[in-house]
Design a protein around this ligand. Structure first.
Ligand code: NAD
Length: 480
């Protein structure tokens, strides 16, 4: 059984209080690994290490060299891709096909930001003949990064690669429910030759390590991925130090289906989409908003696909794996039970798989709910399980109102062959990203990502992330 220490100043160390905790396979309950449990003193040491590495080393490393090191990290991720995918499947229940894709995307983050590092530059401002005025983009310095458990490796790569490419050093707190692959990534960056202290990784719990990190006065930027409630607490503690913050929070992303859409194509992609990460993804299409003229026909096609899905441990590569914890399963089951009490019909799923071989895991069947009306809890709240709520609409205005009728604004998906209508919808829906006739972009690290409303603020991914991880400095020179 692997035990991971805290990565501080390039060395894995035990926690100062000597404590540790285990992570478990949500499909079986087996221990996957042991992790040093950081408390405030350990977080202090990690931030001090990141500060020293920034001031003494990293701020003087050229963008070319930073980029080269990131490319080396990518090469090493690809070199052990299958081990990482299996570990991800065991640590967070991700089905193997998705875990493999997550690993490839993690490598892609380091490749993309490794290339982009040298493309970041300021601009010259034409103030007048005797003045040279220009901006530079400088790193913030020390970044605190706090992540969720649903895409552990992928998200760690997203935060680290962008922060490092922009010239920051970091302290990353792993999600306590799935810390394994971020810990492995810590070993990978060390082996790839990043100087000690540039990447520090602490494991531990939110109220301990997380709170100590987000409230640390020597942190220059906090990036947080997680729930709205925790995001509020993190932003408040960062605000006490006037530290800028990026919040990537939850979502209830609508899929609007107009009658002229290719219903088979939408049904195929939506069925796959709402069970991604076993339904535990911030931007997955968990709310279907379907035109009344095609509702019954569309739902029928969708349910036929969902009923064929297999459920099981992630390592067996089924369509749907286990939820992260017993608590998460109870939460999902409560949402479904509450909806049924309100008159919602369960067309498929709605319970546990009822197989004795799956009794020790946190499984829920993929579930489709119909007769959901706008404003119902299952139409507005993030369930975070493999549950799709289907609402009907009659007019374009109604579709917009339902799509915008949640506190969230992360992603939205619109399906229509009418480009004019599609473009109107992209403008009217309030979300950080709107997809027209697709559910994914094809190369996610390249495109900016983030939310509006309760889904948060600030952008990760893409070139936009390099702006997030830097600040503008203006330099003005009188030449007379
Ligand atoms: P969570 O808020 O419970 O925890 C997220 C992280 O915050 C964990 O590392 C946790 O240890 C830490 N934390 C908890 N309390 C803290 C505190 N007081 N101070 C500092 N840190 C603290 O969220 P979760 O259950 O791990 O993740 C699920 C949520 O994350 C969902 O709402 C999901 O939509 C969201 N999410 C968003 C994105 C995105 O990019 N927008 C991506 C993935 C997940």
């Amino acid at each position: 059984m692997t035990t991971f220490g805290l990565l501080i100043d390039g060395t894995e160390t035990a926690a100062s209080a000597g404590e540790r905790f285990a992570s478990h396979d949500p499909a079986t309950g087996e221990v996957v690994g042991w992790f040093a449990r950081a408390r405030e003193a350990d977080v202090q040491a990690a931030v001090a290490s990141a500060r020293a590495a920034y001031e003494d080393v990293w701020r003087d490393v050229s963008a070319t060299e930073r980029g080269r090191l990131l490319q080396e990290v990518a090469r090493r991720i690809r070199g052990q891709a299958e081990d990482l995918a299996v570990a991800e499947a065991r640590d967070c229940g991700k089905v193997l096909t998705q875990a493999r894709s997550d690993v490839a995307v993690a490598a892609r983050y380091f490749e993309f930001f490794g290339s982009a590092a040298t493309a970041l530059h300021g601009e010259q401002i034409p103030v007048g003949p005797d003045v040279v005025d220009f901006t530079t983009r400088e790193p913030h310095g020390v970044c605190a990064q706090i992540n969720a458990w649903n895409f552990p490796l992928n998200m760690a790569a997203r935060s680290l690669a962008a922060a490092l490419a922009a010239g920051n050093t970091t302290v990353l707190k792993t999600p306590e429910l799935a810390p394994y692959n971020t810990a492995v990534l810590g070993r990978i960056v060390t082996e790839a030759g990043l100087p000690p202290g540039v990447v520090n990784i602490v494991h531990g719990f939110g109220a301990e390590a997380g709170a100590a990190l987000s409230s640390h006065p020597d942190v220059d930027l906090v990036t947080f991925t997680g729930s709205v409630g925790t995001g509020r607490a993190v932003a408040a503690s960062a605000a006490a130090n006037v530290t800028p913050c990026v919040l990537e929070l939850g979502g209830k992303s609508p899929t609007v289906v107009f009658p002229d859409a290719d219903l088979d194509e939408v049904a195929d992609q939506l069925a796959r989409g709402f069970v991604e990460a076993n339904g535990q993804s911030c931007d997955l299409p968990s709310l279907a908003v379907v035109h009344a003229d095609v509702h019954d026909e569309f739902v029928d096609r969708l349910v036929r696909r969902v009923e064929k899905f297999t459920v099981g441990p992630g390592v067996d590569d089924p369509d749907v794996g286990a939820l992260i914890s017993e608590q998460q399963r109870a939460r999902v089951e409560a949402y479904v039970a509450g909806a049924v009490e309100q008159g919602v019909r369960v067309l498929t799923g709605g319970g546990r798989p009822g197989r004795t071989d799956l009794d020790s895991g946190w499984f829920v069947e993929p579930t489709v709910l119909v007769d959901v009306t706008p404003g119902m809890t299952v139409a507005t709240e993030e369930i975070f399980g493999p549950v799709l709520s289907v609402v009907q609409f009659a007019t374009e205005d109604e579709a917009v109102a339902i799509a915008n009728g949640t506190a969230y604004g992360l992603a939205a998906f619109v399906w229509t062959r009418d480009l004019g209508r599609g473009m109107r919808m992209t403008r009217r829906i309030r979300a950080g990203q709107v997809y027209l006739n697709c559910f994914t972009s094809g190369d996610s690290p390249m495109i900016p990502f983030g939310g509006v409303k309760r889904s948060g603020y600030g952008r990760e991914k893409g070139f936009e992330a390099l702006r997030t991880y830097t600040q503008v400095k203006n330099i003005c020179i009188f030449t007379r």
